[in-house]
Design a binder for this molecule. Structure first.
Ligand code: MN
Ligand code: MN
Ligand code: ZN
Length: 294
């Protein structure tokens, strides 16, 4: 059995913790022989951020090179709501995203992945307008212009007033941003499935990607969050399951990781961190995915 994604010519990793310093995340990724990783660049439950030390930044970059972590993405704070109708929260969210970009740039990370927010009652159209206005302001900042960090917009499971469960909403946002190449889309398979897009069969996946191509454009797809789903198709439940052990199941993931439109993209697991079959769940899920690769 091959135990290494690089040998399989794929980009595969998981979300890893930065506990003890951001560079520790690289050690965690290397322990599992990942060649792709996702981190939070700070404590995402707080608005305040601790400045990254020069030493931490250097170590992060050196270790990434040493261990061959080709792809790294930073997931933004869950506190951000770039679509909020409330000025206070909207302002904080804009500042927050700029800070995420600044930190990613310092660390040499190529992209930040963000949830696109919730309209909290103001309506989808108003939420999208708010989001687009926020991103346009962020585009004009020195931090954004002097960096090469891209912004990835993640699809959601829907539910409540969240934007981005329908591919057409992601398409509308990119359209309003003139399809700038500084943006891209991340598809989370759990979120997509919960939102009603079938990822569980090969034909379901074909139809899902056809719709994505029509509404957004497959060229915009830059990252896959590889998560199985506890909830049923269309359940709108954002609950991640281990690969093959949820409602998407093995057939769906075999189709996803081998699809010609997806197979070159980075795959990042956001599955629960726990013991599975007496091993670390990440180990089990990574092995499972690698064994699915044709
Ligand atoms: Mn996410
Ligand atoms: Mn995700
Ligand atoms: Zn999720």
């Amino acid at each position: 059995m091959v135990n290494n994604p690089t040998e399989l010519d794929m980009l595969l990793g998981a979300h890893v913790s930065i506990a003890g310093g951001v560079d520790n995340a690289v050690d965690r990724a290397a322990d599992f022989e990942m060649n792709a990783m996702q981190i939070f660049s700070h404590n995402v439950r707080s608005w305040s951020t601790r400045e990254l030390t020069g030493e931490e930044i250097d170590k992060f970059q050196e270790k990434r090179k040493e261990f061959g972590i080709e792809y790294a993405v930073a997931h933004t704070s869950y506190l951000l709501n770039l679509a909020s109708p409330k000025d206070d929260l909207w302002k904080k969210s804009k500042k927050g995203l700029v800070e995420e970009i600044r930190r990613a740039d310092l660390l040499g990370i190529q992209a930040v992945n963000t949830h696109i927010g919730a309209h909290t009652g103001s309506g989808m159209e108003s939420g999208i307008n708010r989001l687009v206005a926020a991103l346009k302001e962020i585009e004009s900042t020195d931090v954004f212009q002097n960096s090469e960090v891209n912004i990835l917009l993640e699809n959601t499971a829907g539910g409540g007033t969240k934007l981005g469960s329908d591919f057409s909403e992601l398409g509308d946002v990119l359209d309003a941003l003139n399809y700038s190449n500084r943006y891209g889309v991340c598809i989370d398979t759990c979120h997509g499935f919960a939102a009603g897009y079938d990822f569980a069969t090969e034909t379901g996946l074909e139809e899902t990607l056809e719709e994505f191509d029509h509404e957004v454009g497959l060229d915009e797809l830059k990252l896959i969050h590889l998560n199985d789903s506890v909830g049923d198709l269309g359940s709108r439940k954002d609950r991640h399951a281990h690969i093959g052990r949820g409602k998407i199941g093995d057939e769906g993931f075999v189709a996803v990781v081998n699809n010609p439109n997806l197979r070159e993209l980075p795959f990042i697991l956001e599955t629960p961190k726990e013991k599975l079959d007496g091993k670390e769940a990440d180990r089990v899920n990574l092995d499972k995915v690698m064994n699915m690769r044709e």
